[in-house]
Design a protein around this ligand. Sequence first.
Ligand SMILES: [Zn+2]
Length: 250
Amino acid sequence: MSPEASRAVLRAAQKLGQAKRLIAFTGAGISVESGIPSFRGEGGIWTRYDPATLELGRFLRDPAAAWPTIREIFYEYTSKAEPNDAHRILARWEAEGRLAFLVTQNIDGLHEAAGSRALAEFHGSCRHLVCLDCGTRVEAEPALLADLPPRCRCGGIFKPGFVFFGEGIPRNAYEASFAAAETADACLVIGSTGEVYPAAEIPRIVKRRGGLVVEIDPEPTGFTESVTDIFIRAGASEAMRELDRELVNG
Ligand SMILES: [Zn+2]
């Protein structure tokens, strides 16, 4: 980590140690070290697949046609991915009472796998499937995905539990996220570009209410100039390990 980033970690630890109600907001950057490819940008998933695969209308018209591609994109790599130190530290902070709530834009389910429970998955999660007919929600077990399209006991076809293009944000996640932002006095942003709305409102709400925003990212983002108070320019795991060390010692 650069000397500049280390100094930012020290400042952040000092301030976050005084926060009464800290929330975290995470995006794709936190899962890079777990081997989850990003969607946008060079080498991203959308350079290899057609985003229309995830349009809700198209899926509902012909789920059987959409499922093989969906399985390939979302279930062949995520089943192998493991949480990294950044996910694990956030889960431990929750258990220790340091972190009040976690909002993620990611659909990889890695926060849940790491043990986070005070969690809103703003765009849903691929770890669950939802029956289009009866609404039953189940774990996306490999056995269920062996024969496509996956079917519920009722005979209905399952849809992945993440939000498709043209689909609304899950109401519970939406309400819990905004309620958490309205009561937080500090927000730790990790690996989010700050470009996808309404999720990107979360740190902005904390900021508007006079709260502190600390950001971890290897590159400046849509938050860095306008919202972030302390920018730690580093990868998620490395920065979280240092921040954790300073917070615990401080
Ligand atoms: Zn069903």
